[in-house]
Design a binder for this molecule. Sequence first.
Ligand code: DGT
Ligand code: CA
Ligand code: ZN
Length: 580
Amino acid sequence: MTKDEVADALDEIGTLLELKGENAFRTGAYHNGARAVRQLPGDLKEVVEQQKLGEVRGIGEALRDKITILVTTGRLPYLENLRREVPVGQIEMMRIPGLGAKKIKALHDTLGIDTVETLKAACERGEVAKQKGFGEKTQQKILEGIQFLGQVGNRVRLDLALPLGLALLDRVRGFPGVIRAELGGSLRRRRETAKDIDIVASSADPQPVMDAFVKLPEVIQVVGHGAAKSSVVAAMHVDGEKVILNADLRVVADDLFPFALHYFTGSRDHNIRMRQRAIDRGWLLSEYGLGTDGTRVPCQTEADIFAALGLAYVPPELREDTGEIEAAAAKALPTLVEAGDVRGVFHNHTTYSDGNATLEEMALAAKALGFEYFGVGDHSQSLTVARGMSPAVVRKQWAEIDALNKKLSGVRILKGVECDILADGSLDYDDDLLAGFDYVVGSVHSLFGMPEAEMTARVCTALAHPRLTMLGHSTGRLLLRREGYKIDLDAVLKAAARHGKMIEINAQPMRLDLDWVHVKRAKALGIPLVINPDAHSPGELGLYRFGVDVARRGWLTRDDVFNTRGLADVMKELGRRKGP
Ligand code: DGT
Ligand code: CA
Ligand code: ZN
């Protein structure tokens, strides 16, 4: 068992005990123990074998025994019994935003609620609001949370789904007899979330490929096992999270591969338009080919299919039927920005606020990624929960930046800030201090519950501020967990265009605040976009790639993205924007 698997088991015990009403001391011990295991350096098995678990901080006697059993036998009867004691419905309720184990336990004890459905009904009857510790507001929040859950279903974020998809794809490519294999579906189109993994492969002999697929170590359940299609449930640990997804493999003869790949890449709406285009030419297009009953149009690749229909090749990210077919017909598709075009980043955190690495460590990590500049954007003074910087700390950071810029070569640190947009739309420092930064990223971090009109006015006021360079987090959403604050994004985009401001594509894959639809609208308004990883650690700098995916889905070229420019050009433009 890996460290992550052991830590997951401990976390699960902690949660199940909370649902059973155990005291916080005992349940907390399991969550702390899980964290200790995750952060343990070296091999967990060795630590267990050498009986050194007791020396690890955060692991007491009860946990020591359970970890030892888990690591040596791969199972834990204690956990298996616990799972049987807690109703499944209660575990499902844990996914409702804002509803923790304590509240779920209380609802069980007072109202006998054991499922999401009975909870919803009780909320609708107004019974939950009458319980001690709940109230009207909480009841409303729970109802909204249930509705939100219903909308997101079992989708998984791209950064979690893609590694599992690529791991399975790698395995399939390695099977004997496989000629070609690719990811299809939403993963290939790089949607922010995926419902499942679609893999398309070609082989002259599909059955052995399928037999090998359903036996992969990642497979935890076989749903279907045929010669043309197999479906499994697959699981893998990605960054400490357990990802569980359905995966479909389709295997076709190699001459059918481009058609199958195109069809199963989608989207559905794109496919429908393509099929219509074929019909207009007297052909049929399906996953099995292009042509009529008598004649087949031979295609070796997807590009051949597009060409046969008089179209330029459409990159998968654009296949959403939002004008890509018309543009491909007019040979007017944009040349999309690529990860390698990005030459620096502007919104990142260090130990000066809530980042976990020093300025120098972050700058060197940026250099290692090939960036020419590292723009720091620590939090401003009002955001005390994230250790926002007082003006004195800002000046100290500037001095360190000046010193580091003298010392480091090959990467330049830019003096930026992620400045809070206060309730009235003003910025969180006075104009004098703001003028000392190379640029200012403005973000909303407070009062997310504001009415839409007020929030829109707040952000538009900030956009009018001469010192603001770019708008950070434009919605505050957390994918699959929390909807963004209510704001009229189109009005915000228009204000940004009017005031000549840039807008950030926040590349944190759990955020992706500005979605591709609005990226496309921003581009149409002539707004420069900036891809920012919002990194809080050196490793998170690499997340900028998820922002590139959004940019590509939003039709952006290299020229549409400000941080594809070189350092000299960037400094010149920032200087021009600041004015004399
Ligand atoms: P997802 O799985 O919800 O994240 O999104 P997709 O796009 O991967 O959807 P999925 O897995 O249901 O199907 C994969 C592709 O197969 C889809 O993008 C287009 C194609 N497809 C599936 N069902 C239909 C259909 O009813 N009509 C057409 N034209 N294409 C379909
Ligand atoms: Ca899919
Ligand atoms: Zn930030």
